[in-house]
Structures are given as structure tokens and as C-alpha cells.
Ligand binder design. Structure first.
Ligand code: SF4
Length: 201
């Protein structure tokens, strides 16, 4: 299980930013004095709120912390493997199709507050896969030429490619649910899943 998640090189060294976890369901920030203290606090919090505490919750907490840290703090940064899986060519083609279909479907955009909420979830998601610097390669410029420059939120550098659907996240987060790839295979915390659920209930 641990191999799916990034882990800290030194579990006793306080990471830059501290032992802080942002609950993916409620958005509450929980701060502990140590890694184990934080895990205990998150579990207590989630139990109190009636939220599930899956068997891999401790891995998810550590993974979320790692995703905000530079590689020198992280034991198994998930880059090398995923770069083999994702080819830029494939991602480029899939994202271009997404943008073209979205344009044909009326170019509906969600409000910026929702884009930020989604970006918060994606930035710590294990499916958010680094594929090099998108800004250096002009990818972000290209995407915002479709979306509109005013749609930038500041999260762009933290958003890469979603392994599920294989499109650039910084484009998907602006679109209505009906215009993004379906939620099959996404994480439980993914907005593509939770918003689909909210939509149906
Ligand atoms: S699975 Fe969902 S939350 Fe994770 S990166 Fe993809 S779109 Fe974002």
C-alpha cells in the first residue's frame, strides 16, 4: 500500500509548514505536534464528524504533506515511474480533444471559487502526476488561450496531469462536470466523484 503514496525521508524531522493536514471532505486544517500526533488528531476529528477512516488514512496524510515539499524531503517521489506511463503526446491529444469538445458544447465555466476548491483537492491528490515544467514548455499559455487569461487562480504550478483521464488538470478544474472525463477510477476524495454524488442526491 505504501508504494502508492509518497513518504517522508525523515519521519521525525518537522517538515517545512509543520505537521498539518487539510481534511479533504471538510477543508478543516488540523495541526499536530508530530506525525503520529497528527494522525491521531485526524482520526479523532473524522470519527467525530462521522467520516470514514480508511485503513490507508495515515498514508494519505503523509502523502498530502509530501506533495507540498521539495524532492529532498521525500523518499519516493512519484515522478520517474509515472513519466514512463504518461507520454506528453497522449496527454496533449487528450487535452486538446477535451478543449475542442468543451468549445463545441458551449464553453461552460464553473465559478472561480469552485476552481480553487477543486485545485486544493487536486494539488495533494496522488493522481496529480508531474510531467515536467508546464510553464517552461508553454503548456499553461496554450491552455489559458482557450480558457481565458483571467481564469488563472495561482494554483497552476501545483496542477499537473491527472492519471485518470490523462488530461491537464489546470484545464479540467474550470469545466462543468459534464465536460470532464468521467469519474471511473478516481480517488474517493476526487471532486469528480464527490460532485457527481452531490449532483445525484
Ligand atoms: S483524481 Fe480527481 S482529485 Fe485527483 S488529480 Fe485527478 S481530478 Fe484531481
Amino acid at each position: 500500500m505504501a508504494a502508492r503514496y509518497e513518504t517522508l525521508k525523515d519521519k521525525f524531522l518537522v517538515p517545512p509548514g509543520g505537521w498539518v493536514y487539510k481534511d479533504v471532505h471538510t477543508g478543516a486544517k488540523i495541526e499536530g505536534g508530530s506525525k503520529h500526533g497528527l494522525i491521531r488528531m485526524v482520526m479523532d476529528y473524522r470519527k467525530e464528524k462521522g467520516l470514514p477512516c480508511g485503513y490507508d488514512l495515515s498514508f494519505q496524510i503523509e502523502h498530502q504533506i509530501c506533495r507540498k515539499l521539495p524532492p529532498k524531503y521525500v523518499k519516493n517521489r512519484r515522478t520517474a515511474v509515472t513519466e514512463q506511463i504518461l507520454t506528453m503526446h497522449e496527454v496533449g491529444i487528450k487535452t486538446q480533444k477535451l478543449l475542442t469538445d468543451w468549445t463545441k458544447g458551449g464553453r461552460a465555466l464553473v465559478e472561480i471559487g469552485k476552481v480553487k476548491e477543486r485545485s486544493e483537492i487536486c494539488q495533494v491528490c496522488k493522481m496529480n502526476t508531474r510531467v515536467g515544467c508546464l510553464s517552461c514548455r508553454g503548456v499553461d499559455k496554450h491552455l489559458f488561450s482557450w480558457l481565458g487569461e483571467s481564469r488563472r487562480t495561482g494554483y497552476e504550478e501545483a496542477l499537473h496531469v491527472c492519471k485518470i483521464g490523462r488530461c491537464y488538470i489546470m484545464a479540467m478544474v474550470h469545466m462543468e462536470l459534464r465536460d470532464v472525463p468521467d469519474a471511473i477510477g478516481v480517488t474517493d476524495e476526487c471532486w469528480r466523484r464527490t460532485e457527481t454524488y452531490e449532483h445525484k442526491h
